[in-house]
Design a protein around this ligand. Structure first.
Ligand SMILES: [Zn+2]
Ligand SMILES: [Zn+2]
Length: 122
């Protein structure tokens, strides 16, 4: 895998891949979710938002142009199939905001209770 910015080989660093030149990090999306869930101590859903394109960067894995997206207040580049690119310090920023990504969709248990409540009302 190559750094989208300076094209050097990324080094495995724990669950992420790091660039020793620019200090950026390449994170697979399921790994990112797991890291955020650990940080927030709850299930999270990632509210990706599109942002204006400033610079097109190639995916570290497949080389295709990545989407410019944002998550919380952090501007990121994402290949939906392969992963997410974090510039230096952005990964720490996003982990600090993890709690705001709490998954609001009801768990199957909650939705069952909701359905039962509905049934008994009528
Ligand atoms: Zn780099
Ligand atoms: Zn890709």
């Amino acid at each position: 895998m190559k750094c989208p910015i300076d094209q050097v080989e990324l080094d495995l660093a724990g669950r992420t891949f790091k660039c020793n030149t620019c200090d950026g990090a390449w994170v697979l999306e399921d790994v990112l979710v797991a890291m955020l869930e650990q940080s927030a101590s709850t299930l999270v859903a990632l509210p990706w938002k599109p942002r204006p394109v400033d610079q097109i960067r190639p995916c570290a894995t497949c080389g295709a142009a990545m989407q410019t997206v944002s998550l919380g207040t952090v501007a990121l580049d994402r290949c939906a199939e392969h992963g997410v690119w974090f510039d230096a310090h952005e990964l720490a920023d996003i982990l600090g905001q993890a709690k705001q990504f709490k998954d609001k969709t009801p768990t199957p248990h909650e939705s069952l209770l909701h359905r039962l409540a509905h049934v008994f009302k009528h």
